[in-house]
Design a protein. Sequence first.
Length: 94
Amino acid sequence: MIPHAMDILDYFAEYPMGVVSSAEKREVHRKLGKFNLQDKFCIIVSEEDTQNPKPDPEPYQKGMLKLAAYLNKPIFHNNLLVIEDNPSGVRSAK
């Protein structure tokens, strides 16, 4: 896990959070379970959910749509905070 990741998750706990990953869904769930993080995220976008992987913007666009559906209100990119561990993910989120 990224250093201080739990501190960051706890700090933002009052906000709805999601995972946008290039990994397969089963791997995402395995890693979340390993660190007991399943309940911290309301949406997950994984490799199977997109046709174009990061650095394409599609994964984050799908994440925004899923989060908007979960919250039942529109979500705009300027209201999001992305934390990434990979340069291709940063490019995808821009």
